[in-house]
Design a protein. Structure first.
Length: 378
């Protein structure tokens, strides 16, 4: 006679838990996406101003601006996932405490284990997504950004050439003047002055064009003109006529090592095992590790009383995150200089987060619960 009642009770219990999972997971997902959108918008807006400034100065081509912005957005999303997850869990759980929802759930037999299970429906996919973003998408976007910037840097001098004015190259060693220039950068009535050591060369030509050779050097190819070469103040100089003559105005620029490391694949960083590469790998792997560590820490940190108001634990969360970010940067710098082994950097960062999480959980449980557990174990 009791079996149908037991089965009905169990089905109701399972249904209640499913509703709880859905309620917490959906609210957490919406909050996480909202926070991530706001943070990405703020960061990308600042980056857009920087890219726009470079475009105005001619360092970046106008057609490259939005491509660079899209690539920088991908990197920003990857970097901002951990703080977004931290703030989302803190916000959702804090609201549930303030609205007494956690008290109601606790009275219904829903404990911390069940809350973590509900959170995991969102946090596990976010963790997997952050691994993909940090280890694959972020270095890919940096690599593509560097390719675009390097391409624009190589053509920066060429794009800056304007008809009817003197254009300087090589820190003023080369001066180019063209009376006319069309959209295809064909020029007419050209004057070029170049200085090397104590010698000065002046070239006058009827026409010319810009040309880039395979090694990245940019040349002005002059047609039908004269070349005057000599030393200023010396009355002796040489005059030569030509049908075609090339003047090198700029060469390819080197990419710094730090930028190269940011664009390296995660596998290459790990295989190289040099301090600087390991520090870059730590920065990347710290994103998914930070998602899990900060989300777990946010659960005990979010416990507030209704009297504390909506921002009860936000101040402490802000301080904790600032400390976490600074410790990460300090350990990366020490790892880069070879002062500490790679494992100690992870141990320090996540050991501190783990210790704070345990302390907060014990604080929330109270001394009574701790004494009870100790007496049972004894």
């Amino acid at each position: 006679m009791n079996d149908p009642i037991v089965r009905t009770t169990r089905r109701a219990s399972r249904s209640l838990m499913t509703v709880i999972d859905r309620m917490i997971a959906l609210e957490l997902l919406k909050t996480l996406l909202s926070i991530l959108l706001v943070l990405v918008t703020i960061i990308v807006s600042r980056k857009f101003l920087g890219i726009l400034t470079k475009a105005i100065e001619g360092e970046v081509a106008s057609e490259t601006v939005f491509s660079l912005l899209g690539l920088k957005t991908l990197s920003a999303i990857a970097i901002l996932i951990p703080p977004s997850a931290f703030m989302a869990v803190l916000s959702v759980m804090g609201r549930m405490y303030r609205d007494h929802e956690m008290s109601v759930l606790a009275s219904a037999g829903v404990g911390s284990k069940r809350i973590f299970q509900a959170l995991s429906w969102v946090m596990i996919p976010v963790f997997i997504f952050s691994i993909l973003m940090a280890l694959e998408v972020m270095p890919w976007s940096e690599r593509k950004s560097q390719e675009l910037i390097n391409r624009d840097t190589e053509t920066h001098d060429i794009r800056g050439i304007k008809a009817g004015r003197f254009n300087e190259f090589s820190s003023g060693d080369i001066v180019l003047y063209a009376e006319e220039m069309d959209e295809e950068q064909n020029m007419r009535k050209i004057f070029v002055q170049s200085s090397k050591n104590s010698s000065t060369s002046v070239v006058i030509a009827e026409s010319g064009r810009l040309q880039k050779v395979p090694n990245g050097d940019n040349f002005v190819i002059l047609n039908h003109g004269k070349r005057y070469q000599g030393v200023p103040g010396d009355p002796t100089y040489t005059i030569s006529e030509f049908d075609e003559y090339g003047v090198r105005i700029s060469g390819p620029e080197e990419v710094t090592d730090s930028l190269k490391r940011e664009a390296m694949s995660s596998t290459a960083l790990l295989m190289s095992a040099t301090p600087k590469e390991l520090a870059e790998f730590q920065k990347r792997i710290g994103i998914p590790l930070g998602v899990i560590a900060l989300a777990i820490l946010a659960v005990p940190l979010s416990r507030v009383s209704p009297r504390q108001g909506p921002y009860g634990s936000v101040f402490y969360a802000f301080i904790i995150y600032i400390v976490y970010e600074n410790v990460q940067k300090i350990t990366q710098g020490m790892l880069m200089s070879g002062k500490i082994p790679w494992w100690s950097a992870y141990a320090l960062i996540y050991g501190l987060l783990g210790l704070m999480t345990v302390v907060l959980f014990l604080k929330n449980l109270g001394p009574r619960w701790i004494r009870h557990r100790l007496s049972r174990n004894a």
